[in-house]
Design a protein around this ligand. Structure first.
Ligand SMILES: Cc1ncc(COP(=O)(O)O)c(C=O)c1O
Length: 383
């Protein structure tokens, strides 16, 4: 791999096609359809951005309202929760003649068994797990790092009385480890960890989280035909621990086959763990600084995502908060609700080398507008 142009972009040569992927799971889309508020999120064409970048189409997948929450994360959290409860209590996912829905069947059994869901989060994943606990009628303990603001905590708590939020005195990586320990050590065996970040390759819920994201990409395939006959050339995905990106790789590696869709990651400069790993040629952790992209403020790539990402990603981009804020404001002027993680990919698109007039890029805008605080990047976040 080589550095290109500036320290904020890496062009990664030798992308390899992903050959050993299992086929997409046909149970996932019907499951999402069965949840309250399901509808495909919009794929919006933004010609002014296409013109600015000198490309054919700039398309934004707007996840500002997904299954009743303001971020995409519930796609993964919901499927992983269903799979985890189903496995723990030995309840089949599909049961053709059942009168009750899957959530109702899982909820009855989970309540009787007295299960509690656990999650580590910097916001969106935890709120999604809390929402799932509510649907199942069980408790959830949600661990957040010190950096998470009061408003985010309040939103998680707003999911109901069954939710306990625990503020961990450390960063996101430390919170992930502590939550895992909390489930495995001091406890009665009734805890179920719903993690979107694998610390070891045997962990199953992070893989189910990745599987759950497949719905977003299936929707894009269906929506693009109404916009253009041209094929997608680039997909820009925000990266925290890399689970969303690994789902993008799985989908576009699989559906394209020829390796023509370039996957581009966008991370905050303050937490560029994938770019640093690419630079090092192996997985490395970084010390995270402050960023308004809270959901992407992760110091380590998920161990199950790394092998996929290192072969499949074509470019890694790191963005400053000021660039993200500008993109957020520009999107707002066009009527698009994007929070910092949502706008990060648009900011990243502006840093790419010239792609040419045939490029069709899709940016994943993963959260809607929300409160954030700009902090001088030189003042390091102190735990
Ligand atoms: C809104 C938002 N966008 C992007 C991400 C990054 O996703 P991943 O951690 O799977 O890389 C997150 C993670 O929490 C998020 O909340």
């Amino acid at each position: 791999m080589s550095s290109n142009m500036s320290s904020s972009i890496y062009i990664i040569p030798n992308r390899k096609p992903l050959l050993d992927l299992p086929p997409p799971n046909p149970e996932i889309r019907p499951f999402h359809r069965s949840l309250p508020h399901y509808q495909p999120t919009p794929l919006v064409s933004l010609p002014s951005f296409a013109e600015e970048l000198g490309i054919s189409h700039f398309l934004l997948k707007d996840e500002s309202s997904r299954l009743g929450l303001p971020a995409f994360k519930i796609l993964g959290a919901s499927w992983a929760t269903a799979k985890a409860v189903s496995k723990r209590l030995n309840i089949p996912i599909s049961s053709g003649d059942a009168e009750l829905s899957l959530i109702e069947r899982l909820g009855e059994a989970a309540t009787t068994a007295g299960l509690t869901l656990y999650a580590a989060t910097d916001g969106n994943h935890g709120r999604a797990v809390a929402r799932m606990a509510g649907y199942l009628g069980i408790k959830a303990k949600i661990y957040v790092p010190l950096m998470v603001d009061q408003e985010t905590i309040a939103k998680i708590e707003s999911e109901g009385k069954h939710i306990e939020v625990i503020v961990w005195q450390g960063d996101y990586d430390q919170t992930v480890v502590s939550t895992k320990m909390a489930v495995t050590t001091h406890h009665d065996g009734k805890g179920l960890l719903i993690s979107d970040m694998a610390l070891d390759v045997e962990e199953e819920t992070p893989k189910w989280v990745v599987d759950g994201y497949q719905t977003m990409f299936e929707e894009i395939d269906e929506q693009i035909t109404a916009i253009t006959e041209k094929r997608i050339t680039h997909v820009l995905t925000p990266l925290g621990v890399g689970s969303l990106c690994s789902a993008a790789c799985a989908h576009f590696g699989r559906s394209d086959g020829t390796g023509m869709v370039e996957i581009v990651t966008v991370e905050p400069v303050a937490a560029a763990c994938f770019m640093s790993s690419v630079d090092a040629g192996k997985m490395v952790s970084v010390e995270t600084g402050y960023t308004i992209c809270t959901g992407m403020c992760c110091g380590t790539v998920s161990v199950t995502a790394w092998p996929v990402l290192k072969d499949c990603v074509s470019m890694a981009v790191a963005v400053e908060d000021t660039q993200v804020e500008q993109a957020m404001l520009d999107l707002r002027d066009l009527g698009v609700s994007a929070g910092p993680c949502g706008a990060a990919t648009t900011a990243g698109a502006r840093l790419l080398p010239t792609l040419g007039p045939n490029a069709v890029i899709v940016v994943l805008s993963t959260e809607g507008q929300r409160h954030y605080e700009m902090v001088d990047p030189k003042s390091k976040y102190v735990t």
